[in-house]
Design a protein around this ligand. Sequence first.
Ligand code: NI
Length: 168
Amino acid sequence: MARLSVLHFPDKRLHLKAHEVEVIDEGIQQLIKDMTETMYYYDGIGLAAIQVNVQKRIIIMDLSGNDEPKNLMVFINPEILSRIGKVISEEGCLSIPGIYVKVLRDEVIQFKYLDIQGQEHKVECKGLMAMCVQHEIDHLDGKVSVEYLSPLKQNLIKKKMKKLFKPV
Ligand code: NI
């Protein structure tokens, strides 16, 4: 396994759109392993392939608490089928470390995805999982959570990130 580097906002590559995975081959399986190592290393709860500069529709998540066993979830080609209600969600992101953004999300979603064996599943979820799935699918569509904020706030975060990741 290898840890991958995570792109940071305002990197333009975070705005690329990911393509559907057509074949779940060894390359895709290796990518998922590497994404997993990367997400755990940075203590994230979700990661989209776009964030490691791979434009494929793959997201991984682990919403288990600190003293619970790990629970890795892998969603390939995830697609939201229905949405009910609205809720404000406060979200962090490995591409914008240290910044939490309030986003209006759908409260309950139904989505479909392929698992690592290529089997299709449909799931209904709410709460943290629903918010996380929406956040990660946004990444696959080239959208970063800060883009829900006003241009003024976005600029402040841009400046902060540029300072934080200034090349030394
Ligand atoms: Ni994110």
